[in-house]
Design a protein around this ligand. Structure first.
Ligand SMILES: Nc1ncnc2c1ncn2[C@@H]1O[C@H](COP(=O)(O)OP(=O)(O)O)[C@@H](O)[C@H]1O
Ligand SMILES: O=P(O)(O)OC[C@H](O)CO
Length: 494
């Protein structure tokens, strides 16, 4: 009897494959890093062959000791927005993958903002006019790669985010498709109408023939070619990584929030069938789409979460390993007056200030590494509170706790501070690989393993709840100190 679901998680720095049993337990996993390419200041690329070969190898490793007949099927989740263009005649990409972090189209985006187009683009897509998203990256490739525009206009080129590209490779060029969550990050997809938008395609000069078919997150994405894994496997799920994490955290009710703490932090709140329009620079996005029905979310991202701890370790040299931060924070205590604003690469949501830079404020003669490391951990809680406050201002009034995941949530001091500063319980699940788990759930729904999302809700298991423990007065005093520190940073750079 078939027992396993394979999840591919193609991320920014590594590719992973995780084999789950149908109860959501991890049976096998494999991971491989690949090189980052920085051709110029602000540019970030990946070699498409690295994305493909690392993905294929981790899948083969995860399946090594398994009878492939026991694998029910697979799902693909991915770093979002990263843009690839390839020639359908040869299957060859015409340029490297342009990564979501790449800023090369910043001037073009500023020009469009200057022309007053942001309101129209935001209204249709839920996004901001920012180089982060795929649309302006596709345009850059068509305008800068010799012969690309002509080939595109003759109908030979295909565009895809990483999910589409991997699907194309896995199916030997038989399928060119994406799911609604990935489409919702391109700046080309009208999230209200759930279709590619002609006005946006004309604005960016992108021929419609380049675009993938948009399917549900659980859908029939075709089958892998037989030669990759010794047998064709059905592909039943696809979703952007943060969306898959939300599904893996079983955040199915409006008001439920998931927050993933890795290098940065991505937070999403389920807003149900209502697509809220943010007035606070949060993104409005498709959380997931099942049977043609989109569920929406508001999203906020913080650039430096675990990366702050990396800086405290590698940049400042205050700690030898990330886990040393806990002993220092315990020594310092939560009620302290040193604040660190980790705007090393600007400030993300809800500020979106690219020019802001980091600061440590509130130091006294007895301040030392312990207080600064503590401030670094606390900054993650304060920034999360900024996002929650923005969500509330945007009309999300039914917030129901917070489910956390990502590599940083092993740090119990930081997670407890999160519960304290948000004044809501924070839940850590048994399986913190929620991104991969989420896409395994999508595949399982499509392939008949799970009847419906109620069955999946029953699989999600809490490992630990962190309850708020500080008084209202202390929380408000600490948080108002943070707001002053951020204001100072913004005043210097604005
Ligand atoms: N004990 C810890 N305390 C604080 N941060 C930690 C701890 N362990 C790992 N981290 C942070 O978690 C991050 C890695 O998480 P991960 O989810 O693997 O990130 P990503 O997927 O973005 O590469 C690193 O930035 C690291 O600094
Ligand atoms: O690959 P990750 O985990 O850094 O996630 C990248 C995000 O999807 C970018 O939007």
């Amino acid at each position: 009897m078939s027992k396993y679901l394979l999840a591919i998680d193609q991320g920014t720095t590594s590719s992973r494959a995780i084999l789950f049993d149908t109860k959501g337990n991890i049976v096998q996993s494999a991971q491989q890093e690949f090189p980052q390419i920085y051709p110029q200041n602000g540019w970030v690329e990946h070699d498409p062959e690295d994305l493909w070969s690392s993905t294929l190898e981790v899948c083969q490793q995860a399946l090594k000791d398994i009878d492939v007949n026991e694998v029910i099927g697979l799902g693909v989740t991915n770093q979002r927005e990263t843009t690839l263009v390839w020639d359908a005649r040869t299957g060859k990409t015409v340029y490297n993958a342009i990564v979501w972090q790449d800023r090369r189209t910043a001037d073009y985006c500023r020009g469009l903002q200057h022309d007053g187009l942001e309101a129209m683009v935001s209204y249709k897509t839920g996004l901001l006019l920012d180089p982060y998203f795929s649309g302006t990256k596709v345009r850059w490739i068509l305008n800068n790669v010799d012969g690309a525009r002509e080939a595109a206009e003759q109908g030979h080129l295909r565009f895809g985010t990483v999910d589409s590209y991997l699907l194309w490779r896995l199916t030997d060029g038989k399928r060119h498709a994406t799911d609604a969550t990935n489409a919702s990050r391109t700046l080309l997809f009208n999230i209200q109408e759930q279709c590619w938008d002609n006005q946006l395609l004309n604005l960016f000069g992108i021929p419609e023939s380049m675009l993938p078919e948009v399917l549900n997150s659980a859908d029939d994405f075709g089958e892998t070619a037989e030669h990759w894994f010794g047998k064709s496997l059905p592909i039943g799920g696809m979703a952007g990584d943060q969306h898959a994490a939300m599904f893996g955290q079983a955040c199915f009710e409006p008001g439920m929030i998931k927050s993933t703490y890795g290098t940065g932090c991505f937070m999403m709140v389920n807003t149900g069938d209502e697509q809220l329009k943010s007035r606070n620079k949060l993104l409005s996005t498709v959380a997931y789409r099942l049977d043609g029905k989109p569920v929406f979310a508001l999203e906020g991202s913080i650039f430096m979460a675990g990366a702050t701890i990396q800086w405290l370790r590698d940049g400042a040299g205050f700690i030898e390993k990330a886990s040393d931060s806990v002993a220092l924070a315990e020594k310092t205590g939560k009620d302290q007056s040193v604040y660190m604003v980790p705007a090393f690469t600007g400030l993300g949501a809800p500020y979106w200030n690219a020019d802001a830079r980091g600061a440590i404020v509130g130091m006294t003669r007895d301040t030392g590494p312990a207080e600064i490391v503590t401030a670094g951990l606390q900054a993650i809680g304060y920034q999360t509170r900024d996002l929650v406050e923005a969500m509330k201002r945007d009309g999300v009034t039914n917030l129901k706790g917070l489910r956390v995941d990502g590599g940083m949530v092993v740090n119990e001091w930081a997670v407890q501070f999160l519960a304290d500063i948000l004044q809501v319980p924070v839940d850590r699940p048994m399986i913190t690989e929620t991104t991969a788990l989420g896409v395994a759930f999508f595949a399982g729904l499509q392939l008949g393993v799970y009847k419906d999302i109620d069955e999946i809700r029953g699989i999600w298991t809490q490992e630990k709840e962190f309850a708020p423990s500080l008084s209202d007065e202390t929380v408000e005093r600490l948080y108002s100190g943070w707001l002053k520190a951020v204001k100072g940073v913004r005043t210097i750079t604005e």
